[in-house]
Design a protein around this ligand. Structure first.
Ligand code: GLU
Length: 507
């Protein structure tokens, strides 16, 4: 495929939902797979919904996910500017071109007038649609004389520009035919569609006009976007026809569904079930904070991997994919039509998997920060060893402390149930004997401690558990943790002895 140019075109109305990140990801993968270009365009023509920190948030999110744009605000601006508000002047002439070619018209109807029509229709159990049926009876340049229209415009009357979606007198075809890479051939009946506004009375284009014009000017080859834009497809195709431009190819991605499988995944689902729906933490202008995957301890690899599988499948059993593998394997032909159920437990599983792949050095640096907050400073090489022994059981870096606190501090209490079960008559004496065995171990490493202690237990002809359980209880404070002799080696001989003494005194 030649000259693939795709775009992610969010409106900066708030934080980027993971559905938006998935759209960006699929665009990115498609671009990279075909040596194409991934463009970021900020669609900020709706000034009423504009949120100042949203664009920064979107860019930070793409960067954190490792899917940066090739072209966009502040980067390789050869088709720029990439913010529609900065392209404002450009759209008007396209609206005028359509008017000159009888494909669009001025409409002066006030909001109140339209409301009256709407209510009248409702009263008769009908829906008011502004289109070919009634446009000649409404307040616009189709029904009014040329002089009247000119007079009104000169007068400063407010107007919008509407698209002539269907005009039987103009020999318009009855249907709009389109091809969607995911959905196949789709047909829309022209006569039931409305005359959408292309240009607003505030001098700004609507999403539809700006989107089409920019996709054309930015030479976009494939439009990959969410299913919620499918109803706009006939209008977009009709606009390309009206401008006599070649349309790009389209692919509408399936919805991301709630964990129960029905309905679109929303922030409320996340709040209710305790998972984030945003890549990064977000504070809205009112100061309200929404949690993010990053801050919740997910790796960006996890987020990319689970999002890739929401709607796309590789056709094999493979579940773990690095970004490079995704670029190689991704194929729009393997994206499903039907909605993709979001599974918060599966996202945790992915994180646990990526945890195992992460180098211990990298995890140790992250854990050192957690320890620092607790006022614990420790050699990074020691932290690395701790991480190596516990990461198998961890899903998040934040799990590390619970799994390993005993490496850094002696237990302050002993689990009551475990003590009752494992600290019995004669245990104290056995532990006292264990101390003298340990005192005599010259080379205090895991393997030799294990050999010597086990030989001693065997010579006493008692069960291993009789020693090992209270030994673990002494070092850890509970019946958990990795290989006991590794713990002993890591905390050292003196600390091992001190902890056994403390257990004898306490229990
Ligand atoms: N601005 C639209 C959005 O917010 C873009 C839709 C499209 O990709 O055409 O999603």
């Amino acid at each position: 495929m030649n000259n693939v140019r795709v775009r992610f075109a969010p409106s900066p109305t708030g934080p980027l939902h993971i559905g938006g990140v998935r759209t960006a990801l699929f665009n990115y993968l498609f671009a990279k797979k075909h040596n194409g270009t991934f463009v970021l365009r900020i669609e900020d023509t709706d000034q009423t919904r504009y949120v100042a920190n949203a664009e920064k948030y979107i860019i930070n999110s793409l960067n954190w996910c490792n899917i940066p744009y090739d072209e966009g605000p502040g980067k390789n601006e050869k088709f720029g500017p990439y913010r529609q508000s900065e392209r404002k002047e450009l759209y008007k002439k396209y609206a005028e071109e359509l008017i000159a070619n009888n494909k669009a018209y001025y409409a002066f109807d006030t909001a109140e007038e339209l409301d009256v029509h709407r209510k009248d229709h409702e009263a008769n159990k009908k829906t008011f649609i502004y289109n070919w049926h009634n446009r000649s009876k409404l307040n616009n340049s189709v029904s009014l004389s040329k002089e009247e229209v000119e007079k009104r415009i000169a007068n400063g009357d407010k107007y919008v520009v509407r698209f002539k979606m269907y005009d039987p007198e103009n020999n318009d075809a009855e249907t709009i035919e389109a091809n969607d890479i995911i959905r196949g051939h789709v047909t829309f009946k022209r006569e039931i569609l409305d005359d959408k506004i292309l240009f607003k009375s505030d001098g700004m284009p609507t999403y539809h006009l700006a989107n089409i014009v920019d996709d054309h000017l930015m030479e976009i080859s494939h439009v990959i976007r969410g299913e919620e834009w499918l109803p706009s497809l006939p209008l977009h195709i009709a606009l390309y026809e009206a401008f006599k431009w070649n349309a790009p190819e389209f692919a509408h991605l399936p919805l991301i569904l709630k964990p129960v499988g029905k309905g679109k995944l929303s922030k409320r689902d996340g709040d209710k079930l305790g998972f984030p729906v945003f890549p990064l933490e977000y504070t809205n202008p009112e100061g309200e904070v929404s949690r993010g995957y990053k801050e919740d301890g997910y790796f960006s690899e996890t987020v990319i991997n689970f999002l890739a599988l929401l709607g796309w499948n590789p056709g094999t059993e493979q579940e773990l994919f690095s970004l490079e593998e995704l670029v190689k394997t991704f194929d729009l032909a393997r994206v499903n039509k039907s909605g993709a159920r979001f599974d918060p437990d599966k996202t945790k599983w992915f994180n646990q998997q990526y945890m195992q792949q992460k180098p211990n050095e990298e995890l140790a640096v992250l854990f050192a920060e957690v320890l620092k907050e607790k006022g614990i400073s420790s050699e990074i090489s020691f932290i690395e060893k701790v991480v190596a022994s516990i990461k198998e059981r961890a899903t998040f870096v934040n799990d590390f402390w619970d799994l390993s606190s005993f490496f850094f501090e002696a237990p302050t209490e002993f689990d009551a149930k475990a003590s009752k079960k494992n600290w019995k008559e004669g245990t104290a004496e056995l532990m006292q004997e264990l101390i003298s065995i340990i005192e005599n171990i010259e080379d205090f490493n895991s393997a030799s401690i294990e050999t010597i202690v086990k030989e001693w237990i065997t010579s006493k002809e008692i069960g291993f558990g009789k020693v090992m359980q209270p030994f673990r209880l002494s070092l850890v404070g509970a019946m958990k943790g990795p290989h006991l002799f590794d713990i002993a080696e890591m905390i050292g001989k003196q600390q091992t002895i001190d902890r056994i003494k403390k257990a004898i005194d306490t229990l």
